[in-house]
Design a protein around this ligand. Structure first.
Ligand SMILES: [Zn+2]
Length: 272
């Protein structure tokens, strides 16, 4: 948040190590901000007002030499401020997700309109590798389609990670959503015991086919106790097909039953 204290503008402390600063820190800039790591950025108030809901005038007088403290680090502000100028925008393909996530948060916080859509696209692209970071961003800023896509992948994460990093105000939603996955895992178990060896057995009578018995045990073991395994069904069942060819038909039916149930899990947005 913007601080309610204005400090004397300290131009001499301005660092100049950024190579892609471009329009930021032009000599005639009339407002100044200090990052959390003490780098000062001088920008033009008229650009801020035009491209964002940044409220510097509420805290410091333009041209007064005062500096507003911001909570974001310099790396984030360096990117952020480029979006308020008519120039080529930063290449986000080169940016690691933690910095991209910080930028996306700042963009939403200060309502930097020109950067919102591109940040949304790149955050959405990162959900395979960082589903929880992306889910937090999506729920906090109202992007349900991204939340729906990221949420299933968070089911596979360690619960400790969820506990540490999921936004607290959405934890109840997440736990309810997780509960739906847990129910499907229980149904998957029950189906394994129900389905039996239902094609013509090439080895023995259908009740005791050693391949089916072994296949069932193999799948039940791999299913384990954590519902995140339901994200890996294809791999688990395909591996079993090769090991237990006499049981393929039953395995296919079993997998199909689970896949349909997983597909029917309500979208994450319905738990918000
Ligand atoms: Zn058999």
């Amino acid at each position: 948040m913007v601080s309610d204290r204005c400090k004397p503008f300290a131009f001499q402390r301005l660092r100049v190590h950024f190579t892609n600063r471009r329009a930021v820190n032009l000599p005639d800039a009339d407002v100044a901000f200090r990052s959390s790591d003490q780098v000062i950025f001088r920008v033009h108030l008229k650009n801020l007002e035009t491209h964002s809901d940044f409220p510097p005038s509420a805290f410091c007088t333009p041209g007064s030499g005062e500096v507003v403290d911001l909570s974001e680090p310099a790396a984030t502000l360096e990117l952020l401020f480029q979006y308020i100028y008519p120039q080529r925008q930063p290449d986000l393909t080169e940016i690691e997700l933690p910095l991209l996530a910080d930028l996306a948060e700042a963009v939403e916080k200060y309502q930097v309109y020109s950067a919102m859509d591109i940040c949304k696209i790149f955050m959405g692209n990162g959900l395979q590798d960082n589903p929880l970071t992306v889910l937090n961003y999506a729920v906090r800023h109202g992007y349900p389609e991204i939340a729906d896509e990221a949420a299933p992948l968070t089911i596979s994460l360690p619960l400790e990670e969820i506990g540490m990093h999921m936004l607290q105000m959405y934890m109840g939603s997440w736990v309810s959503y997780y509960g739906e996955w847990q129910k499907i895992l229980e149904l998957a178990y029950a189906e394994g015991w129900r389905i039996g060896h239902n094609n013509t057995c090439r080895i023995s009578n259908s009740a005791t086919c050693p391949q089916w018995l072994a296949a069932r045990q193999n799948i039940l073991t791999k299913l384990g106790a954590r519902p995140g395994v339901l994200n890996d069904l294809a791999m688990i069942f395909t591996t079993a097909h090769g090991l237990y060819p006499c049981a393929i038909e039953s395995l296919r039916q079993w997998e199909y039953f689970i896949v349909v149930k997983v597909k029917d899990i309500p979208k994450f947005r319905t738990f918000l």
